[in-house]
Structures are given as structure tokens and as C-alpha cells.
Design a protein around this ligand. Structure first.
Ligand SMILES: NC(=O)c1ccc[n+]([C@@H]2O[C@H](COP(=O)([O-])OP(=O)(O)OC[C@H]3O[C@@H](n4cnc5c(N)ncnc54)[C@H](O)[C@@H]3O)[C@@H](O)[C@H]2O)c1
Length: 435
């Protein structure tokens, strides 16, 4: 039965989007939003802008647009700021990234040129391939966190934003395992004051956001907010968190195809994935430390989806390889190739080949995280598992395993929206139609 809708504040005023790392992803997002606002392009690939949600029984034919069903911020209300270790404004950075074509970029040049990155919190140890020129100085990591918090307050004041969210679009940092300094907020804050080497720059941004009650999303596979200290801060300040590592390309397809194979009990012998990319992300990932972080994130999905422990005959010991090749001539026109060796009826072998490019999602994350911060029931939960749909390594409560199957993730997302609006959850049982 439908219940009472859950309290969600209206999205009044501007929503400030704070972005550490203003490279290809960030500038493609910002340029895209502006191009859509000026009606130069359409928000293809965005669930919040193009998706609908079925409500009630099928014969009722109720399927409003998601953006009419839940109160989301409008694109006209978004304002942007960010940090980078390169001084390029967003127009220059977008031009260098080479994702969008010049004709489109030139039509939004006035807007993009006005967004200049603030000096970054950066330590080369964590991203070996980059050398910073626009970098903050501070005696301790706590001083740096305070400077980031000042930047945030300053931006809120100058932009007049009524709400903020932060989304990490920075490079992939080296692989880190949670250690003692990450285990509680007190230990973490002590570590900030004593310059603990285990505290990465991305953690300083996440800490600063959550400390001010600003929701944080992590688009890269870095450990960042996936530590008890950050979860404690998120719960304490009712600041939603989600991550990590955008699910845009190869892994998106993996989580579409693997559930299909499993649904029809088709076996898997091996899945070989390779990528070529020639942008800065590719250069950063050439460093084995950064690659390891990415590899862990890309490798985990198949084991969870295929459940070899339940289906040993079909999936035990399948071979899964992921390669990322930095190949400069390719620029940002990255490409992922997959070869799947599968087996069907009587064990007969078959193959599938895939060639795919990335899809967008920063906009949806920004709008949904903002929705979560306006809804006290969601905000006080900390981790927003319903946003798993967007991530390669979705954050979830410590006692759970993550849900990777894209279709379960979509059902979870839409059922969360139905729950928020007091609508009946959809189970697809449908026996009542035959009574
Ligand atoms: N493109 C995709 O589809 C995709 C998918 C999943 C994850 N990601 C991740 O998103 C991130 C961004 O990707 P991209 O293609 O935009 O890379 P990019 O190299 O173009 O941009 C990253 C930017 O972050 C900046 N940076 C690094 N450390 C920083 C710090 N401490 N503070 C501020 N800025 C910092 C770099 O200078 C660079 O400009 C990467 O970690 C990438 O792995 C991208």
C-alpha cells in the first residue's frame, strides 16, 4: 500500500557544485550543463533529465518524468567551483582535454572561461605522474583542510548558493589500505594535525566537505571517503556520502551483460578487458600505484555478480584480466575492448566481443545527492547505497556486500524514489492481474 510521502525540503535557491579536479570529466560535465541550458544540446544518458518512473499498477499508466516526481534542483540553479593543480580555466582545460568539439566549446566559452580552479591540495606522492603549479601551502594537513573549508565558505558567499555538494573528479591516487589513522574521526583529526603520511589529498577535500555538512561523492577509485573516520563524520553531520569510481564504460557493460549470462545459466571461462586512452587520466594510470587502485575497482564486479560459490560449475575459477594502456595518439577518444569466452548447452564454447566508449553521469549524482541532503531521513543514513547504480565499487554498510548488477541497482534507485514519495514499491509480481 502507498504510504505518506517522506519529508523533503524544496530545492530553493542555487546549488553550488564543488569539484576537486577540473580535468576532462569535470569540464565535460560543466560545459554540457551550460550547453543544455542554452539549448545547444540534449542531456542524453541522464536518468534525472530523461528517465521516467512507473508508479502503481500497469493499467494505471502512471509514468511521470523522474524530475517531476521528486523535487530536484533545476539545471539553471547550478553554479560551479573547483580546485586543480593546473591554472587553466575551464575553457582551456576542456579544449586541452579534447572530449567535446571546439564548435560546441566556443559557444559556451564566455561561461567556461569564467571558472578558474582554486589552488589544490596536492602531494605528488599520491599521483606520481603529475607536477603541481597551483598548489596550496600549509604546515599541517589540518591547515590545508582549513584552507579548503575557507574556499568553500567563500564560494558559498560569492555565488549565493543555498546548498552545496562536492564531487571528486580528480586523478586516481595510489592504492591505499585503511590503517589506524582512518579508523575514527578522532584518529583522523589527530593525523591531520601531525601530517600522517596515510592521509591522501582527496581525504582532505572529503573531510572538509563533510565537516561543513556538505555531501561528498567520489568519482575515482581512491579510498577517500570509504573509511570509518569519514563515515563517522558523515553520520555526525548528516552529510550524505557515496562512491566510488564512476561506472561509465567497460564496467557499465560488464554489469549489464554478466547478470544476463547468469540469468540464463550460461558459463564463463574468461573475460579479457583492455583499454586504450591517451589523455591525462591514462598517463596517471600508467603509474602502477594508481593503476592498482583502478584495477581493484574494475576487477571486483564479476565475482559479486556471478556468485561462483553458488554456481561452481559455471563460474568457478573464471579468468578475468583488465588492462589499461596509455596510448597518446588516441587522446581522450578512449576505447575499451572486451573478449568473453563463454559456454552454453552441453558445454559448447562461444565468444562475445565488445567495443565501447563512456557514458555521462556526474549531473545525476549531483542532483540526487542534493535531493538526499534535503531529505532528513536519507541524510542521516550517511552512505547512499541507492546511488550504487553510478559506481564501479559502490559504498555500502560495512556488514553488506555491494550490489553490482545494474538492474538490481536501478530497481533499488527507483524503489528509493517511490519510497520517498509514499508510492507503492514495485516487485513485478503481478499475480493480481490474473485473479
Ligand atoms: N572518464 C571516465 O569515464 C571515468 C570513469 C570512471 C572514473 N573516472 C575517474 O575520474 C577521474 C577524472 O578523470 P578525467 O578523465 O577527468 O582525468 P583528468 O586527468 O582529465 O582530470 C583529473 C584532474 O584532476 C586534477 N587533480 C589531480 N589531483 C588533484 C588534487 N589533489 N586536487 C585537485 N585537482 C587534482 C588533475 O590535475 C587533472 O586536471 C579520474 O580519477 C578517473 O579515473 C573517469
Amino acid at each position: 500500500m502507498a504510504k505518506k510521502p517522506i519529508q523533503i525540503a524544496e530545492p530553493k535557491g542555487k546549488l553550488g557544485v564543488l569539484i576537486p579536479g577540473m580535468g576532462a570529466v569535470a569540464t565535460t560535465f560543466i560545459a554540457g550543463v551550460e550547453a543544455i541550458r542554452r539549448q545547444l544540446a540534449r542531456p542524453i544518458g541522464s536518468l534525472t533529465q530523461m528517465g521516467t518512473i512507473r508508479l502503481g499498477k500497469r493499467p494505471e499508466k502512471r509514468a511521470p518524468a523522474i524530475k517531476d516526481f521528486v523535487p530536484l534542483a533545476g539545471l539553471d540553479d547550478l553554479v560551479f567551483a573547483g580546485w586543480d593543480l593546473f591554472k587553466d580555466n575551464c575553457y582551456e582545460a576542456a579544449t586541452k582535454a579534447g572530449v567535446l568539439d571546439r564548435t560546441l566549446l566556443d559557444q559556451v566559452k564566455d561561461f567556461l572561461s569564467g571558472i578558474r580552479p582554486m589552488p589544490a591540495v596536492f602531494q605528488q606522492k599520491f599521483v606520481k605522474k603529475l607536477h603541481g603549479e597551483n598548489v596550496k601551502k600549509g604546515k599541517t594537513k589540518m591547515d590545508l583542510a582549513e584552507q579548503v573549508q575557507d574556499d568553500i565558505r567563500q564560494f558559498q558567499k560569492s555565488s549565493g548558493a543555498s546548498r552545496l555538494i562536492m564531487i571528486w573528479c580528480g586523478s586516481t591516487e595510489i592504492f591505499l589500505k585503511p590503517s589506524a589513522v582512518h579508523q575514527s574521526l578522532a584518529a583522523f583529526e589527530k593525523g591531520l594535525r601531525t601530517n600522517s603520511p596515510e592521509i591522501a589529498p582527496s581525504m582532505i577535500y572529503a573531510y572538509s566537505a563533510l565537516k561543513l555538512g556538505v555531501p561528498f561523492a567520489n568519482g575515482a577509485p581512491n579510498l577517500t571517503a570509504d573509511i570509518p573516520a569519514m563515515l563517522e563524520l558523515s553520520l555526525k553531520n548528516h552529510a550524505p556520502v557515496c562512491g566510488k569510481d564512476y561506472k561509465t564504460g567497460q564496467t557499465l557493460l560488464k554489469t549489464i551483460i554478466a547478470p544476463g549470462l547468469k540469468a540464463r545459466m550460461i558459463g564463463l571461462k574468461g573475460w579479457f578487458s583492455t583499454n586504450i586512452l591517451g589523455n591525462r587520466d591514462g598517463e596517471v594510470l600508467e603509474d602502477p600505484g594508481s593503476f592498482r587502485t583502478k584495477e581493484e575497482s574494475k576487477l571486483s564486479v564479476l565475482e559479486y555478480i556471478l556468485q561462483p560459490e553458488l554456481y561452481p560449475e559455471l563460474y568457478k575459477g573464471f579468468c578475468h584480466k583488465v588492462k589499461i594502456n596509455y596510448y597518446p595518439p588516441r587522446g581522450d577518444n578512449k576505447e575499451g575492448w572486451d573478449n568473453l569466452d563463454i559456454f552454453g548447452w552441453l558445454g559448447y564454447p562461444m565468444q562475445i566481443k565488445i567495443d565501447f566508449l563512456a557514458a555521462p553521469l556526474v549531473l545525476d549524482l549531483v542532483l540526487f545527492l542534493d535531493l538526499a541532503q534535503r531529505c532528513p531521513e536519507m541524510a542521516r543514513k550517511g552512505i547512499q547505497e541507492w546511488l550504487s547504480f553510478y559506481f564501479k565499487s559502490p559504498m555500502c554498510a560495512p556488514h553488506l556486500y555491494p550490489e553490482h548488477d545494474l538492474f538490481i541497482q536501478l530497481m533499488k534507485l527507483k524503489n528509493t524514489l517511490r519510497h520517498l514519495r509514499g508510492e507503492e514499491l514495485i516487485t513485478h509480481l503481478g499475480l493480481e492481474y490474473y485473479d
